[in-house]
Each structure stands twice: as C-alpha cells, then as structure tokens.
Design a protein around this ligand. Sequence first.
Ligand SMILES: Cc1ncc(COP(=O)(O)O)c(C=O)c1O
Length: 417
Amino acid sequence: MVVEMLPRVRPREAQEFAIANFRLPIANFQRSRTQQIANRQLEISNMNVPLLDLQAQYASVRDGVQQAVERVLASQRFVLGDEVRQLEASIAEYCQTKHAVGCASGSDALLLALMALDVKAGDEVITSPFSFFATASAIVRLGARPVFVDIDPRSYNIDPARVSDAITPRTKVIMPVHIYGQCAPMDPLLDLGRRRGITVVEDAAQAIGATDNDRRAGSMGAMGCFSFYPTKNLGGAGDGGIVTTNDDQIAQRLRRLRTHGGANEYEHEEVGINSRLDELQAAVLNVKFQRLDKWSEERSRKAAVYSQLLNDADLSFPLITPQVRADGRHIFHQYVIRVPGNRDALMEHLKSHGVGTKVYYPIPLHRQQCFSNLGYKEGDYPESESAARDTFALPAYPELTEEQQVYVVETIKSFRP
Ligand SMILES: Cc1ncc(COP(=O)(O)O)c(C=O)c1O
C-alpha cells in the first residue's frame, strides 16, 4: 500500500489537543514525529500490526517474571500462599477497597460474587446484553434469570435511564459491565439500588484502574469482579481473577466459597467451589502490577492519538471514535470504533494490509443459542444488536509504535467502501 496523505496539522492543536476533556501534550508527536513517520510510511508497502503483542510486553518484564516464577518453584508452595496474599493486598489498595479475594478467573469472580449474595433460582439480575459470555452465564449457572437492559450507543455501557423499567420484585442485583475499560455511570445505578433495596455488583473484568468521579472500578458496588486473563491490562500467564469489597462479612464468605465452602479443609459450612488463585499466577501478576498504571496510560495515549488522527481524517465513510467520559478515567482495555454498514469490509481491508482487528462482541448475549429458553428475540435490544453489527477493535496496546498507529490510520483512510 502506498500512503499518499499526511494527517492534517492545525496550529491550534500544536501545543496540545483535547478529545472529550482528555488532554495530552503532543506537540512533538503531532508536528514533527507524525510528519517524519508518515514520510517514511511512503516507502512502506505493508506492515504487520497485530491486534495485541504479548511477546513485546513479556520482553519488558522477562527478568522479573522469571525470578518470581523461580521463587515459587523453589518454595514448592503453589496455592493461596504469600504471593496471593501480596497480590490481594496490592489490588485492594489500588482499587480503594478493604479486601480483595483472589480466585481462578474473572468468570469465577462473577460467580463467587453472586453466590456470596445468595443469588438463586427465581431471582433476577439486571445486566448488559453487550458483554462477554461470562457476565450472563454466572447468573444462569445459579438458576437465576439475566434481565438485559440495552446499552447507550456511544459508550456501549448499560443505559442507566432504562434500568428502573426492568426492575421487578425479583430483582436481586444490578450488574453493570465497565465495557472496554470505561466505567458505566455508577451514580444513577447506585442511587437506584439504594432506593429499591437492590445490590449493585460491578463486572469490572476489563476495567482495573478505571475511575468514575475519582472512585476506582470495583470500589463502588458491593463487590467488583476482575479478570487477569492474559490479554487484560493486568494479565497473568493463564487464568486468574479477583473480587474486591469493603464488606468484612462478604470478604470472609468469598474466602470460604472459593475453597469449597469451608474455612477449614475438611469442615464445610456450605457448598462452595474450587476457585483458588495459584502462586505462579499471583507471582507473575505481582511483577506486572508494578507496570499497570504505565501500561494503561500508554493505552490511553494510543487511543487519544487514534481519535485525533481519525477525527481529522477526511474519510469517505462514517467512522465513530470512542466516547470518553469527562468525569472518569478510561483505561482502554479495547479501542473500539463504529463503522456503520462497512464494518466487515473495513476489517477485511485492514487484514489484507497486515492489521489485526477483532469484534467484541459479534452476538449480544440475548441472542446466544444457550439462552434461547429465556425467550429473548432479535430486536429486543436494538442498540446492542447495532453495536454487534458495526463495531470492532483496533490494535491499541502499550508497545504499539507511532509508526504502526499512523500505518493503521493511513490504511483506514485508503479504504473505499
Ligand atoms: C466483561 C467480562 N466479564 C467477565 C469476563 C470473564 O473473565 P475470565 O476470562 O477471566 O474468566 C471477561 C473476560 O474476558 C470479561 O471481559
């Protein structure tokens, strides 16, 4: 591919630019770096830009991770030991909560949180249909019913204005998902929960370090559920998860539930599950945790640069960049754009030029085959269905270079629907 055009530079934006109150000093990037890089791009016919490059991330933490893994192997203590305790303390402090309870995955974090609230058959849990499968499966596994509420089409988060209509006498929990790393608007949800006596649990699997009015994800609801899946902003070397809470009794119950419902190995007060976080995962996560804020800042910088370049580009087709709340921190677990009518063709175009992309999520939860017995149908949640049709994620990981970003944008600019 030959890149013909440079991104436009306006003098007003030379010192800094603002995208929905997200201000970054990018004088160097905007005027000189981009220019230099784009000039060089003229000679580049193709470039490989994967959706995510975990090998590049590993290169930056290899020594620390190897030492930590060796330390665990030398100790031969593999389950719920010092590494897990250290991680739980770090995450609790980071998320501004009193407790954090490690478990085997983000999916289990959701399951354990709902178990700790005694969610059971006959109960209803209100959540978003535009999320990863585990958000709904945790509810269904306990015999309860997921009651979906459509999303706001700009943020892709649950629309709080629609939640009160979905409340019934059976509603036990409201479970917003902080999708792509940006908090759902928590105040109206918490307010509703308080007024109607309904507990709020945050599916914060994608949002570690995100904020809503200076409150960290996972600190606002009764519990926050996080995933350490390797692709997350804080990802392990396998599966892992954690539940945050300020409630002493809930924390104690979570600790019991994750070890088969028994405070002791052979005495069980209730039936729990086996969902322990292992020491190897915690050791890796303890090392990577030191970099978390830097990585999330880098992701946000990439996002701001994409939005600047894409919004300034004279595209021949509609493309909508992510909305960033002015009153929160978006950690950009994913950078997702909306391309009405042209999504699949643009993804194909990017793929043919070496750029990795992915759809999160192509089938809204109410349209999953395994939930057909719940009685939902096409058209029930039009905003989620439209987002599932029109959106996809661009590469936006910390190690992505400016050169790669310019290449991605120039490739998008060369697309003709
Ligand atoms: C919104 C959401 N909820 C729950 C999960 C489940 O986490 P895990 O994959 O660690 O089980 C994920 C992870 O992909 C997620 O993105």
